[in-house]
Design a protein around this ligand. Structure first.
Ligand code: C2E
Ligand code: CA
Ligand code: CA
Length: 767
């Protein structure tokens, strides 16, 4: 009876409505216009009878048609199940949560909407009657969601998320906020055969729904553009609704959709326009619901935001790919850079180990590159490097990697090439290095030193292979450059020796650099004595390095190190300048005709500016060029005669003396002597030391002396240590003698003290 009267009351508020709610209802109609304008609905709830009265707007928010409800479940029929119980318990418990209670309502027309129910202060006269307002907070929630999406994007951008995690989070967020049960991202990818396919990369579904098999099916299948709903959305670039998935042919391939009772869905493209104005369509997002949902008005706008967000992530991925590319490529030459080359080499080691195959590693170091950089500037150096890289790339066979390891060092990784193939290629590389490089009308020339090592003979790891190729390359560097050496393990400690020598070399190079800045170098002068006149004809300046701790570093040790780096240029200039200064002192001490011999390094003699520089240096001390004799060895000459001989000619024309040092040591050719612009030659001490035992050497020395005389060359015998040697040399007609028998190299003060100027011959005999 009670029930019936209540029902009647609800259906007819004017008659049987309980007085408290009837009042509310009257209020309600009067205020409805205001409510509409202010966008809030009102509600009244009788705690004793559990009756609820809604304003018209509140009813429309709750997606119900009647305003008066005698049971809460009838009034909350559209409330999302998860939120229903907490909502009811909110109303029946007192006091109500302050700030209101939020819950979700789902409708086929509007999709998921968020409402907030707040209550008014209780009326003291009617403590059992609750009232309050109902606000649709969906726009606020969407704004929050967009913010949250932005946050996800930031997380991804700063790297605390992978793209997969970020997209999965975004999908989950959208599902939870917009009431979808399933969401997935399909990315357009290029298959190895070159065909474009849409591939499901990430998906999420409400955990309580059994959608695992749909997930499996989605990630293992792919769609062509135009195929299925996803494919057609990608192709058209337009969002699309599906209202009844079970009867939509575009789902024919995804049979599980039906089994898992997904009903409706919204699919939209992810697009962005890059800075160059190009439109990119990296993929498609799909969202499905188990409910039958109608197209929702707010979705297209939201999906544009979401699409742009995912697109930003995709764009970021593209950028990462570009960054990755930049991180692997050498900026100047476009070749693979050092670190990436090492990676490739490591990968090649692993792959070859597994497949039991071999590959070659070719190490290329340009010779005489530093002088080009020094003389013509970095731009010229860059032109050489860039052009050499181009030539290397052109020569490299398919499948090879071409890298620049830094400076003037290059490397080739050659899988699947035989020893013969590699040897042929290396020959071509050497030729390519020797071809001139054009820079501002000048032809620059370099050559290359090449070391080859092969997997696994030369090593089974990246560092081991690099070291053996480097060791092979240094064999060439030390053997006159411009050639190739294949690493072999024939000498078992070849690597260990090489390794320690490299470390030592580097340490000494650094030390020498400091020595040159500081005051650690000085010159010693070894007399070159004229035994016929008994006069001091000349002195040879020999550089000395005294470390701060007092130890002496022999020039045989540090000169080669200086030669391998740019330091020799600096060192050579210092020696000439110091020698000139000392000669000026000697001149002042009345050594009027004394000459100074200075040893030159190969790289100094290839510089066409040497004559001018030397002129300036002698002029600075008011000396004549004829007071300076430059010593160079045959080896230096033979290495690049086309460059050295013109410099020698120029120097001779200017009046400088040139002495061929260590004559007889190398592949001496007497024929060559005839055409050389030299003023003297120095018989190597190895001939002199054996003069008393070896008849052959006596004959050779005699021939050299005779030849020298015929060609009007001064002949100096060096390394004379004993009187019998001197006697033989004297018999053979040699006049100029240098060696410990006469004197050791002396400091300038010692020289001045021992050899008073213009001494008489007899005085010297007494010495
Ligand atoms: P070098 O030009 O053949 O110099 C002669 C070397 O023989 C000097 O050794 C000298 O001390 C040594 N010597 C002189 N008389 C005798 C002797 O009777 N018996 C023996 N056993 N040795 C004798 P040092 O000073 O150690 O120089 C070695 C090499 O270092 C020189 O050989 C030269 O090639 C190079 N060098 C020295 N100073 C310079 C320099 O200023 N510039 C350059 N580029 N090289 C230099
Ligand atoms: Ca010398
Ligand atoms: Ca010598």
């Amino acid at each position: 009876m009670h029930q019936t009267s209540k029902r009647a009351a609800l259906s007819n508020p004017d008659t049987g409505f309980p007085p408290r709610l009837s009042q509310a209802f009257t209020h309600n109609t009067a205020l409805s216009a205001l409510e509409e304008a202010a966008s809030f609905g009102r509600w009244w709830f009788d705690c004793e009878t559990s009756q609820m009265v809604l304003s018209a707007l509140a009813a429309s928010y709750l997606n119900v048609e009647t305003l008066c409800h005698d049971r809460l479940d009838g009034c909350f029929i559209s409330v999302v199940l998860d939120d229903l119980l907490p909502l009811i318990s909110q109303l029946s418990s007192k006091p109500l949560q302050s700030g209101g209670f939020e819950f979700r309502v789902i409708s086929p027309l509007d999709g998921l909407r968020w409402l907030r129910m707040t209550h008014m202060p209780a009326d003291p006269d009617n403590p059992g009657l609750l009232s309050g307002i109902l606000v649709d907070i969906t726009p606020i929630k969407h704004a929050m969601m967009r913010e949250r999406l932005g946050f996800e994007l930031t997380e991804f951008l700063v790297g605390s998320h992978s793209l997969g995690d970020a997209i999965t989070n975004v999908i989950q967020l959208i599902c939870r906020n917009l009431g979808w049960d399933w969401g997935a991202y399909w990315a357009m990818e290029q298959s190895p055969q070159g065909a474009s396919r849409l591939v499901c990369k990430h998906f999420w579904h409400r955990p309580e729904l059994d959608l695992g098999s749909l997930g499996m099916e989605s990630v293992t299948s792919s769609l062509a553009p135009g195929e299925g709903l996803v494919g057609s959305v990608w192709e058209s670039g337009q969002p699309d609704w599906v209202e009844d998935m079970a009867n939509d042919l575009r789902f024919s391939q995804r049979t599980n959709d039906r089994e898992c009772r997904l009903w409706s869905g919204y699919v939209f493209p992810v697009t962005y326009v890059s800075a160059d104005g190009h439109q990119h369509n990296p993929g498609v997002l799909e969202f499905y619901s188990c409910l039958s949902r109608q197209p929702e008005a707010q979705l297209p706008k939201l999906s544009a935001t979401i699409g742009a967000l995912i697109a930003q992530m995709a764009k970021r991925l593209d950028q990462q790919a570009t960054i990755l590319y930049l991180a692997q490529v050498d900026g100047l030459t476009g070749l693979v850079n050092r670190s990436h080359f090492y990676e490739l080499l490591t990968q090649a080691c692993t792959a070859s180990e597994k497949a039991n195959t071999s590959f070659g590693l070719v190490f290329i170091d340009l010779d005489r590159f530093k002088p080009i950089n020094d003389a013509f500037g970095h731009e010229a150096g860059n032109v050489v490097l860039h052009e050499f890289a181009r030539r290397l790339r052109a020569l490299a066979p398919a499948g090879a990697s071409v890298g620049r390891l830094g400076g003037d060092e290059f490397a080739l990784l050659l899988p699947g090439q035989s020893q013969e193939d590699i040897a042929t290629l290396v020959e071509q590389v050497l030729q390519a290095a020797r071809l001139p490089f054009a820079y501002e009308g000048v032809e620059l020339t370099v050559s290359a030193s090449v070391g080859v090592s092969t997997f696994p003979q030369g090593g089974k790891t990246c560092p081991a292979l690099l070291q053996s190729a480097d060791a092979a390359m240094y064999r060439i560097k030390n053997n006159g450059r411009n050639g190739c050496h294949f690493f072999s393990l024939s000498s078992p400690n070849a690597l260990a020796l090489h390794r320690s020598s490299i470390a030592q070399r580097l340490a000494l190079e650094t030390e020498l650099h400091h020595a040159l800045q500081g005051d650690e170098l000085f010159l010693a002068y070894q007399p070159i004595f004229n035994i016929r006149n008994q006069t001091l004809e000349a002195v040879e300046a020999l550089v000395r390095w005294k470390r701060p701790d007092g130890t002496l570093v022999p020039p045989d040790v540090f000169i080669p190190i200086a030669e391998q780096s740019h330091l020799i240029v600096q060192l050579g200039k210092w020696v000439v300048s110091q020698a000139c200064r000392d000669l000026a002192i000697l001149r002042a001490a009345n050594f009027q005709t004394l000459k100074i011999h200075v040893n030159m390094a190969a790289s100094e003699f290839t510089s066409s500016t040497l004559p001018d520089e030397l002129c300036a240096q002698v002029a600075a001390y008011d000396l004549d060029p004829s007071s300076l004799t430059l010593e160079l060895t045959e080896g230096m000459l033979m290495k690049s005669p086309d460059q050295v001989i013109p410099v020698m000619r120029a120097l001779r024309r200017l009046g400088f003396g040139i002495s061929l040092d260590d004559f007889g040591m190398g592949h001496s050719s007497l024929a060559l002597l005839k055409n050389l612009p030299i003023s003297s030659l120095k018989i190597d001490r190895s001939f002199v030391s054996d003069l008393t035992q070896q008849r052959n050497d006596r004959a050779i020395v005699k021939t050299i002396i005779d030849l020298g005389c015929q060609m009007d060359l001064e002949v100096i015998a060096e390394g004379v240590e004993a009187a019998p040697q001197l006697a033989i040399l004297q018999q053979s007609g040699c006049i100029l003698i240098q060696g410990y028998l006469i004197d050791r190299p002396l400091a300038i003060a010692e020289l001045l003290a021992k050899y008073p100027a213009e001494r008489q011959p007899h005085e010297l005999h007494a010495n």
